[in-house]
Design a protein around this ligand. Structure first.
Ligand SMILES: Cc1cc2nc3c(=O)[nH]c(=O)nc-3n(C[C@H](O)[C@H](O)[C@H](O)COP(=O)(O)O)c2cc1C
Length: 325
């Protein structure tokens, strides 16, 4: 069964399932596998050391799929920002047609990408940010509930309320993100007013994700309680897998006198990369969402997406109609 929604129509994809940008995980083989399975695969620009390496990675996706795919640009609030304009130039020159933006102050880049006819899906975590992105001229919204891996924002509103609250106000196509991993979630997202789903953690636990098997085992073994919320007092809240390192970060930051400097050596991005690539779970932070509680295997992306779609079909065509008296 195919589900036709405003999101699939906008982007020319078969299934309303997107892979979110993922630092150190969003590489060509995984993105291509998602796209080949009918979803929207996404490579993550900042995973590449420089814009020229991104150009090669885009070519690599093209060598693996002829289906639509996207590039994520995460705009970080840092003093020494990556060369975003250069990354955008490579995206434009390479003929990429879809970009996922996330993070701070996207207007300049949204304008640039839109000028070149690129479809922009902006990921955010609140209704007010979704509306502001809509005013900026993005084509679609991906809205992350509190359940999500990565940065859920500072409002702590779970998807069950956030998605319909956003659907009531956002006019452009909108997908639901955070806590999705099966057909039940997809149908629920559609019922709540979304046009599809975005998944991060679930795609990390697939065969094509180029991360160490030890990390995939963390996603399998952790249940829905297996995450920590960290950095709340730094106003940069993040959801990560519960591990020895994240336990330590929580413990240190629980001390009212502590500052970022006290955890800086534990939370460095390079250490997270080491954990993902070498499988040393205690090397650094591993981003993960509450959906871990519903991850019980490591399928291929084709198996996963096929399963989500057939489960959704069964619910829509059989289970729900049978309830109507
Ligand atoms: C390992 C990992 C790395 C991530 N890195 C990024 C990133 O660099 N930029 C971004 O916009 N989102 C990032 N995310 C968030 C995802 O794109 C997505 O919004 C989120 O995972 C959705 O929640 P879920 O994990 O419950 O599916 C990351 C998520 C994971 C699991």
């Amino acid at each position: 069964m195919a589900l036709k929604t405003r999101f699939t129509e906008l982007l020319g994809i078969e299934h309303p399932i997107m892979m979110g940008g993922m630092m150190w995980v969003g590489r060509a083989p995984l993105a291509a596998a998602v796209s080949n399975a009918g979803g929207l695969g996404v490579i993550t620009a900042l995973t590449q050391p420089n814009p020229e390496a991104l150009r090669l990675e885009i070519e690599r996706v093209r060598s693996l799929t002829s289906k639509p795919f996207g590039v994520n640009i995460t705009l970080l609030p840092v003093v020494e920002a990556p060369p975003y304009a250069e990354f955008c130039r490579v995206i434009i020159e390479s003929g990429v047609t879809i970009v996922e933006t996330a993070g701070h102050k996207p207007q300049e880049y949204v304008d640039l990408l839109k000028k070149h006819g690129i479809k922009v899906v902006h990921k955010c975590t609140s209704v007010r940010h979704a509306l502001s992105a809509e005013r900026m001229g993005v084509d679609a919204i991906s809205i992350d509930g509190f359940e999500c891996a990565g940065h859920p924002g500072e409002d702590d509103v779970p998807g069950l309320v956030l998605i319909p609250a956003a659907a009531d106000k956002v006019k452009i196509p909108m997908i639901a993100s955070g806590g999705f991993g099966d057909g039940r979630g997809l149908v629920a997202a559609l019922a709540l007013g979304a046009d599809g789903i975005n998944m991060g953690t679930r795609f990390c636990a697939t065969r094509e994700a180029e991360i160490h098997d030890n990390i995939k085992q963390v996603y399998l073994q952790n249940d829905e309680r297996g995450t920590h919320i960290i950095f709340r007092k730094l106003h940069n809240t993040a959801r990560v897998a519960k591990t020895g390192v994240s336990d330590k970060v929580v413990e240190i930051l629980n001390d009212p006198a502590s500052t970022f400097a006290d955890v800086a050596s534990l939370v460095r991005g390079a250490k997270g990369r080491e954990a993902l690539e070498n499988g040393d779970v205690e090397a650094g932070l591993v981003w993960a969402g509450q959906i871990q509680g519903l991850i019980h295997d490591i399928p291929s992306c084709a198996e996963l997406i096929g399963r989500i779609m057939s489960e959704a079909e069964q619910i829509i065509t059989s289970k729900l109609p049978s309830l109507v008296a």
